[in-house]
Design a binder for this molecule. Structure first.
Ligand code: ATP
Length: 318
């Protein structure tokens, strides 16, 4: 048992099956299928407008799919017996009445969902808002509103948690805190599903990844596998005999390019490891001044993978 009344045999908690959502002629989500399992932080990644929020809204039963289906622990979420006590979500941190205090907001939700009121103080403490709990939410910063949204999601002590762009507006200390929180929630056996348009946010938080672009699935796999598959290893080197070495390496099967336009004698090599390049240079009596293995960042890999599916590029509509 996971400790939340969810038997281990139910390994798939969130299931999206061939879900499509159209708004008029716009297809926001296009025949999308994936599953999310307990005990992991699963990152839901895609550029702006990729369809993440629409997918989360379908999972939460706030939008009906045009075709296909979504379930939480085997049933459509709207029909779920335990509601907020089974799934907590943060969709839009601004979606709180600004005239209420944090305490009043959480207390009202606790009452209407049959959650003991002592949970209000517990979650306020958990997210670090105890000192401002009696102040009007309208005066909260975005980071504080995000914390209140996280407190709301945690209120029912649910085994399933969904967060849409939870790190937006948080300061570096908040980002660190939220990462630890998500990892701890997953380690407790909960299902943690969080969306972001930034790979850097996922790199240190998620262990599973669902990547989408223009409403379609691009990848669904452990982050480590995604990283291994998509980051290209290259070697940067500097030599006074660039043309000669380029010919030797190309003949050995490598791809060779100038590293930077003005970097005289600097080459970027893919397809051969650094030690092999060193041996080839030595065998051909070519002098090396530098030989540095380099891994493309995960962010670069993600941008490359989703480049074709970005709706807006540097202010110009595609
Ligand atoms: N109610 C709606 N009516 C019309 N189009 C919509 C509606 N909701 C979303 N869309 C469109 O569907 C596409 C997907 O939007 P969605 O908000 O799901 O993307 P997202 O990945 O969450 O992006 P972001 O990170 O910018 O929120 C976008 O092109 C958006 O303009």
């Amino acid at each position: 048992m996971s400790g939340f009344g969810v038997p281990d045999s139910i390994d798939v908690v969130i299931e999206v099956s061939s879900a499509t959502k159209r708004y008029g002629s716009k297809t926001a989500v296009d025949n999308l299928s994936f599953t999310v399992r307990p005990g992991h932080v699963t990152g839901f990644l895609g550029p702006n407008g990729a369809g993440k929020t629409t997918t989360l809204r379908m999972i939460l039963g706030l939008d009906a799919p045009t075709a296909g289906s979504t379930t939480v622990s085997g049933v459509p979420f709207r029909t779920h017996r335990r509601g907020l006590r089974h799934l907590g979500a943060l969709l839009d941190a601004h979606h709180v009445h600004g005239g209420r205090s944090g305490t009043a907001h959480l207390s009202a939700l606790a009452r209407s969902n049959g959650i003991p009121l002592r949970r209000v103080d517990e979650v306020l403490q958990e997210v670090g808002l105890t000192d401002v709990a009696r102040r009007r939410v309208g005066g909260y910063s975005l980071g504080m509103k995000q914390r209140l949204g996280i407190a709301t999601a945690l209120l029912g002590d649910p085994p399933v948690l969904i967060f849409d762009e939870p790190i937006n507006g948080m300061d570096p200390e908040g980002v660190l805190w939220v990462r630890h929180l998500f990892r701890r929630l997953a380690a407790e056996g909960r299902t943690v599903f969080l969306s972001s348009h930034l790979m850097t946010e996922m790199e240190n938080t998620a262990d599973e990844l669902i990547v989408i672009g223009q409403g379609r699935l691009i990848a669904a796999e452990p982050l480590s596998r995604f990283a291994a598959r998509s980051t290209r290893l290259s070697v940067v080197l500097r030599t006074p005999q660039a043309a000669e070495l380029a010919a030797v390496l190309t003949a050995a099967g490598a791809q060779v390019e100038p590293d930077v336009p003005d970097g005289v004698g600097r080459l970027a090599v893919t397809g051969l490891p650094a030690d092999r390049i060193g041996v080839l240079a030595f065998d051909n009596k070519i002098v090396l001044h530098e030989l540095t293995p380099r891994t493309a960042s995960l962010e670069e890999a993600f941008m490359e993978l989703t480049a074709d599916s970005v709706e807006y590029l540097a202010g110009q509509q595609r």
